[in-house]
Write a protein that binds this ligand. Sequence first.
Ligand code: IVH
Length: 671
Amino acid sequence: MSAADAPAERAARLREQLETHNYRYYVLDDPTIADAEYDRLLAELIALEREHPELQRDDSPTHRVGSAPLSAFEERAHGEPMLSLANAFSEADVSDFDRRLREALGVGEIDYMAEPKLDGLSVNLRYESGQLVTAATRGDGRVGEDITANARTIRSIPLRLHGDNVPAVVEVRGEVVIRRGDFDALNERRLARGERPFANPRNAAAGSLRQLDSRITARRPLTLFVFGIGEASEALPATHEQVLETLQHWGFRVNDQVRRVTGVSGCLAYQQRLIEAREQLDYEIDGVVYKVNDRQVWRRLGATARAPRWALAHKLPAREASTRVNAILPSVGRTGVITPVADLEAVEVGGVTVTRATLHNLDEVHRKDVREGDAVMVRRAGDVIPEVVSVIESRRPADTRPWCMPAACPVCGSDVVRIDDEAAHRCMGGLYCPAQRMGALMHFVSRRAMDIDGLGEKLIEQLVSRERVRTAADLYALTRSDLRGLDRMGERSTANLLNAIEASRQTTLPRFLYALGIDQVGEVTARSLATHFGSLDALMAADEEALTAVPDVGPVVAESVRRFFAQSHNREVIAALREAGVDWPDPVPAAEAAPTLPLAGRTFVLTGTLEGFNRDQARARIEALGGKVTASVSTRTDYVVAGAEAGSKRDRADKLGVTVLDEAGFNALID
Ligand code: IVH
């Protein structure tokens, strides 16, 4: 029988396939078909149901896209009340709880299930004969709002329970959240459309779940994690652990951090583990929950009016705290970028003592107007580096002044420069600055630069920490005895390395220029500069006007080059290198001259996410073909390459009439 002959069978088959794919994607995080294929199956089912209205059903995945808006939510009483949880704020509270239970039960030790307390909205899903019939918010615990149409759009909520052993009636309870990655993407989309971003995932989840128009809910990336069962027409397993397993079999997502633990020590160790894992979790949590595993105990202990006696929510320490900024220190990173860092009066944040917080860059310092002496809120979030959130202006001392970036590098004294459209300030002493030593040396010896084989990061680290090497020029003074005695340096490797250093003395001007690690000067630009000026001395003497006359060199590159050679420290290192015998033929041999590359003179801006490349790879491809990549779109931009989730740069390109390439277009161009 073909599909066209049997619409009812075909519809049933499509529903089953679509729900299986939903489950794999949204519950298991393990999809087995491409999005386009899923969309095709869904489109077929929508068409089939439209053509044969008698085939429409409440549990069809076609409802996952939302339906006509409601005028108001109806009230919906829960089969069993949705209680709250008693709170513990300290370890002593947890001990008291455990002691009370042990005494009441007359046992020596209790097994608990420990779970993250997700910070979202709880929902009650009622299934009859395995089919989702209603979904309600918690409301006052007895009666909530009917959000069935919205719940149907949440793909991790099964419309039909899996398996044969499902009770005739069962209420499943869980927390609806927006996962962090989804939240960031959602806010980026909103910003790109000129809409206001959500303040946090919880607000976004709440706003999305309480939409009268379920088509809006359908577009929000909501996820349900289940944590229990309310009313049930049949007996449930003996332990909470087994109940969670059962829920998993029915097709729900149970949090993967749930663990069985024993006694207070098990509970506290679990809490500590989650405090440490908190930043890596893909969702927000505001505590952990301990539940007695044996459900017979649940019946024996019962509940107060508000909360069950067999469960406890243990709050996590707040991730924000107030403290004072002792000083704002410019910190020079390995690439020369200078980050303002707040030196703080020590404060405990989220269970960890914090004495420093990043202020990212000068614009951020000014935007938040953080000053030395200010009282500030600091936060640990997202990544491990704490950050200053805001200034508590009411507590600002009388004599503060706005902070300025120093004009000279605090480490080496070279000029500090903000290059054109970058947010960052940089130390211009790239070749000399001790803060940049490791990075500069690693680049100097790399294959496409001076190509000194056998000089890896570990070895450079040892040479730098023993102060045998301060700048690249010191490499050429290394002796056998300097190298012997370093980790893993035998007779043979020492000889090989000395040979490689020796061989690198004879190089080419483009390689040497590239090896200097001048910001904005990649291999292609190094070659153009060498060809154009013919000698290092001519290049070092060039002013910005002369530099911008070089094909492919714009004002940003020109400024960076001029600033680099203007630093006396850099000039000293270059002189020392030449004195050490580093040499190249002048003028540049024809073979090294820049051939006319296919993208020569073309300027690109990258935005959004490409599937086939990361940013650096895309940039490398463009540069290898002679093109240039810049940060912002202007009338001088030739192409904007827009990947997924491209934002304002794409809009600007449209406004300025700049050609926008999607990934396929970009691939065609570079092919
Ligand atoms: S158990 C009777 N487990 O916390 C037991 N609740 O303060 C009631 N929540 O309304 C809930 N994660 O919204 C439980 N793993 C978890 C939870 C959790 C988050 C929320 C839920 C509940 C509130 C109780």
